[in-house]
Design a protein around this ligand. Structure first.
Ligand code: SAH
Length: 213
């Protein structure tokens, strides 16, 4: 099967699993996941599974990317912050759904490669930096939407602070490696509302910038 066919099959599988947002499905269709996985896994680029990338990290499962993008409900005028650039795949999908994506990664190697992919794909509305995502991006706050693609032991206060009133954050929360819950946070004027969405498995959100590359 050629990539286009595999991609169509993936889109159909996502639909069957309850991804109904047409904008999200279209964004996934526009994003060639084969460019975001290491050469050795190219054959599996359109399988609905997470795959290893450099620095011991992973590119998320397409279903999880679709589900999180749908839960984030980003509009075309929205400014979105992503924590955990990784391969850049989730950021590339988001770039087709909102006005601008700011994304933070603690490994320079991953960030440089992700940036090269954005350039290849002529994606110009993603700004990426090396940093500790726990701190958010204070120079660019407030954000309409925040998506965290690594599991946090607790929701980082800085991120809640940098979310607009009326904004939504989607974040996997859990102290242990194999039990995490994807949580949606809605920031209201007076309170922060949390909804548990589904069990997930992410690499941990680590403190600080990586010392190795
Ligand atoms: N969104 C990615 C998935 C990345 S996996 C994709 O679509 O491919 C999670 C990423 O979060 C890893 O690359 C990891 O290095 C990064 N990460 C973990 N803790 C972090 C932190 N404190 N700040 C920034 N990035 C972090």
């Amino acid at each position: 099967m050629v990539d286009d066919e595999k991609k169509i099959n993936l889109i159909m599988a996502l639909r069957r699993q309850g991804i109904t947002d047409q904008r999200v499905l279209a964004a996934i269709e526009r994003t060639p996941r084969s460019l975001f996985v290491p050469e050795t896994f190219m054959r599996h680029a359109y399988d609905d599974s997470a795959l290893p990338i450099e620095c011991g990290q992973t590119i998320s499962q397409p279903y999880v990317v679709a589900f999180m993008s749908q839960a984030l409900d980003a509009g075309e005028r929205d400014k979105v912050l992503e924590i955990g650039t990784g391969s850049g795949y989730q950021a590339a999908v988001l770039s087709h759904l909102c006005r601008r994506v700011y994304t933070i990664e603690r490994y320079r190697t991953l960030l440089t490669e992700a940036q090269a992919r954005f350039d290849d794909l002529r994606i110009t509305n993603v700004t990426a930096m090396v940093g500790d995502g726990n701190k958010g991006w204070p120079e660019q706050e407030p954000f309409d939407r925040i998506i965290v693609t690594a599991a946090a032991p607790a929701v980082p206060e800085n991120l809640v602070h940098q979310l607009k009133i009326g904004g939504i954050m989607v974040i996997p929360v859990g102290k242990e490696a194999d039990v995490q819950t994807l949580v949606r946070i809605m920031k209201h004027e007076e309170r922060v509302e949390e909804t548990e969405l589904m069990p997930v498995r992410f690499v941990p959100l680590v403190e600080g910038v990586a010392r190795e590359l």
